[in-house]
Design a protein around this ligand. Structure first.
Ligand code: NCD
Ligand code: ZN
Length: 344
């Protein structure tokens, strides 16, 4: 008999949808699997105001057709956020939080934060208004080894942010190290983390297996296998502090396969199946639903989705490449076969 798993429809708590032709196509991949997604604001012209977020949300909604998919928006943290703007965020139904990028840390982050001292009054207001702060937790200091940038951010900044603003809800995005998992576990209930499929499925050997593998390059960069194990343990721990956030981030094939390939992995095509693969391989498929569909919603004070999805245990072949408008995109696990299939 075919094995089946019916779970509450999941939410993707960290997603890049882009704009224009790419947005038009990639939004459908997410909408097929997820009821809601938290949409990152790092467009080429970042989404810095409530007006811009509402406009971007309308643009996304034009492409979701008949699906009941609900995009949840974020603002790009910037110095001009004042109490009037933050009150609008607090009172908004579709803006869920504010995403902070240290300047220069990743794709489209040049307008991010360069001096954290300027952020503190804004953190104070966000704490008062109970607005979640989503952080890309890596230092962008080029003198810090790229594999240590997450740990250095925790020690230099995050510990203090949590200490001085203990009621501020902080989402430690895409954790990639054992230090990150440990920090989240040991800190208060206002700290949680998203976990991507790539940090569960891959480690830094996969970046260099038989040659350089640009489609495995993302930020935070993949770490050594002991860290991968710690991230898997966190996802399977049953702690409500860890939940699904794909960080699916499409880049055209030719921009990844270049002398300076950009960071980002496209996983939206088969995201829930890839997470199912990890839980299944670790004999923990029964823990998938909380991780993918409940813990994130609870942390963000959202209702749990009422709709369900069905996963069937039968081989799923992930295509080598997909065409998005005029671009080719290589999805995560391209050309591989995995065990679970989302039933339509
Ligand atoms: C993301 C992107 O391409 O927008 N890239 C990535 O490697 N994860 C940005 C980000 O989340 O760092
Ligand atoms: Zn991201």
């Amino acid at each position: 008999m075919t094995e089946e798993l019916i779970i509450t429809k999941p939410d993707d708590m960290h997603l890049h949808l882009r704009e224009g032709e790419t947005l038009k196509h990639v939004v459908m991949h997410t909408a097929k699997q997820f009821a809601r997604a938290i949409v990152m604001p790092n467009l080429e012209n970042p989404v810095t105001t409530v007006t811009m977020a509402n406009r971007y949300c309308q643009e996304i909604k034009k492409h979701i057709g008949d699906s009941l998919f609900n995009p949840l928006m974020t603002l790009y943290f910037n110095d001009s956020l004042d109490s009037d703007e933050l009150k609008k965020v607090r009172d908004s139904d579709n803006i869920i939080g504010i995403k902070l990028y240290p300047a220069g840390v990743t794709t489209n982050s040049k307008d991010g934060v360069s001096d954290f001292k300027n952020c503190l009054p804004i953190f104070k207001m966000m704490e008062e208004f109970d607005i979640p702060l989503l952080i890309h937790c890596e230092v962008s200091d080029k003198n810090v080894d790229i594999f240590d940038r997450e740990k250095v951010f925790i020690d230099k900044y995050l510990i203090n942010f949590h200490k001085y603003f203990p009621s501020l809800r902080i989402i430690f995005e895409h954790i990639s190290t054992k230090e990150a998992a440990q920090f989240v576990l040991e800190s208060g209930p206002t700290i949680a983390a998203t976990i991507t499929p790539q940090h569960l499925l891959l480690n830094r050997n996969d970046l260099f297996s038989g040659g350089i593998r640009p489609h495995h390059y993302c930020l935070p960069v993949l770490k050594r296998s002991a860290h991968q194990t710690a991230i898997v343990d966190a996802a399977l721990s049953g702690s409500p502090k860890f939940f699904l956030g794909t960080d699916s981030a499409p880049h055209p094939k030719n921009q990844k396969e270049s002398s300076c390939g950009c960071a980002g992995i496209y996983s939206a095509l088969s995201a829930i199946e890839l997470y199912a693969e990890v839980f299944y391989k670790n004999n923990a498929i029964n823990l998938l639903e909380n991780f993918s569909s409940k813990y994130g919603a609870s942390f963000y004070n959202l209702p749990i989705n009422s709709s369900k999805i069905k996963l069937v245990k039968k081989p799923l072949h992930i295509p080598e490449s997909i065409q998005i408008g005029k671009d080719q995109i290589i999805p995560l696990f391209a050309g591989k076969t995995i065990n679970w299939h989302l039933s339509s």
